[in-house]
Write a protein that binds this ligand. Structure first.
Ligand SMILES: Cc1cc2nc3c(=O)[nH]c(=O)nc-3n(C[C@H](O)[C@H](O)[C@H](O)COP(=O)(O)OP(=O)(O)OC[C@H]3O[C@@H](n4cnc5c(N)ncnc54)[C@H](O)[C@@H]3O)c2cc1C
Length: 373
């Protein structure tokens, strides 16, 4: 049996970033079911930091993480956490009102350039002529998820924290003011504080502990990669997204990647791409661009897990002492991880509140359980 001050269940970006932020405040141990970190959602994302998803609260959390991505703390990583990649949101004539509305919302968070048809095609020559309008964030970032996960792990370990992989939590019970967690292998870990960062499985982990679930909904999203036509200039292409949730694509290691932005309800699982969404990605790519998707090079799917109001849940469970929720990061868990980790540290260790435009009540798990924050 091992003991710690804080046990974190989940070695994705949520669990590891919170563990790294907490490691200077106590002895932290992370329990990850898989043999490697980031095996599920955190290793399958589009890895962008941008403001075209979510709403005001998600954008505020994203903005609060920008300084961390631009200048990671001392000793966090030897590599850059990301590189500049412009984000272009484009629209046909009939989609212009939606683009105007998005422009008004995002302008509070990023310096946007408004583009006419010539500007849209100069930035992304692959789009068909009917993409007439655009907004561009030339200062957006494509993250390196490996560097981000490893940097958090390094920070955890340098502060004396531990990671246990291949440690799938099978039983959780509260005994004498301690959470006692037993893995499938029979190892037992205990701590007064338990952080539930189990991604799509967070409700299942809560149920193991006898804690009321939040009603989390995992939704599958698919990505394909494929070759562009020979001679296509990929350098400098943006992450290009339709103003509606139809399609995004971007350059990826000498090829292109694309997603039909699917949101298919799923059980928590090792998500696999479905042939329908794979075909839909190729179809929409050919519908909105001049690219022919003649051969798919690779495909994958991951789960984006949402709370009922699509805002993340971070805070103590109102119905169980020492049980802390860190869940519901939806499609923005990488880009909001610096802010979410610091908020977790604030609520657990009393550090200063890090995101001025967001309140603890807005993020409180209690809002789904009919309880005040
Ligand atoms: C296709 C796609 C595109 C995306 N694009 C972006 C993007 O551009 N930008 C962005 O910011 N976000 C993006 N996301 C969202 C982002 O990937 C997620 O929000 C984020 O990875 C969630 O992190 P997590 O740590 O909560 O979940 P996970 O990475 O799934 O980690 C949870 C971990 O908990 C572990 N676990 C579960 N149950 C147990 C147990 N009983 N015992 C021990 N361990 C357990 C799991 O094995 C898993 O490793 C995208 C996601 C997808 C799928």
């Amino acid at each position: 049996m091992t003991s710690a001050d804080i046990l974190v269940i989940g070695g994705g970006i949520a669990g590891l970033s919170a563990a790294a932020a907490l490691a200077s405040h106590g002895q932290v141990a992370v329990l990850e079911a898989e043999e490697q970190i980031g095996f599920h959602s955190s290793g399958r994302s589009a890895t962008m930091v941008h403001y075209a998803l979510g709403d005001r609260l998600v954008r505020a959390l994203t903005l609060a993480g920008r300084p961390f991505f631009d200048e990671p703390p001392e000793g966090f990583t030897d590599e850059a956490l990301g590189r500049r990649m412009p984000v272009l949101v484009h629209a046909r004539e009939d989609e212009r009102p939606a683009l105007d509305a998005l422009d008004a919302e995002i302008s509070q968070f990023a310096n946007l350039e408004r583009l006419d048809a010539a500007g849209v095609h100069a930035l992304c020559p692959l789009l068909k002529d009917d993409s007439q309008h655009g907004i561009a964030d030339l200062n957006a970032t494509r993250l390196d998820p490996h560097a981000l996960l490893q940097g958090n792990l390094r920070q955890l370990k340098s502060n004396g924290g531990e990671l246990h992989t291949g440690a799938r939590v099978a039983a959780v019970r509260r005994r004498s003011a301690l959470w006692q967690v037993t893995t499938e292998q029979g190892d037992v870990h205990s701590a007064p504080l338990l952080v539930n960062a189990a991604g799509s499985w967070a409700d299942a982990v809560a149920k193991l502990a006898g804690v009321a679930p939040l009603g989390l909904e995992p939704k599958r999203r698919t990505i394909i990669t494929f070759d562009a036509s020979p001679g296509t200039e990929l350098d400098g292409l943006p992450f290009a997204k339709t103003v509606g949730d139809e399609l995004y694509f971007a350059p990826e290691s000498g090829r292109l990647f694309a997603s039909p932005m699917d949101e298919v309800p799923s059980e928590p699982c090792d998500a696999q791409p479905d042939e329908y969404e794979v075909a839909l990605a190729a179809y929409r790519m050919e519908e909105r661009t001049i690219v022919k998707v003649s051969q798919i090079h690779s495909k994958w799917a991951g789960l984006r897990t949402f709370t009922p109001d699509r805002h993340p849940a971070v805070g103590f469970a109102p119905d169980a002492e020492g049980f802390f929720w860190l869940a519901g990061q939806g499609g923005f868990g990488l880009q909001t991880s610096p802010a979410m980790a610091r908020i977790a540290a604030t609520l657990i260790a009393g550090t200063p509140w890090p995101v001025p435009d967001v309140t603890a009540a807005e993020l409180s798990p209690g809002r789904f359980l009919g309880q005040p924050a």
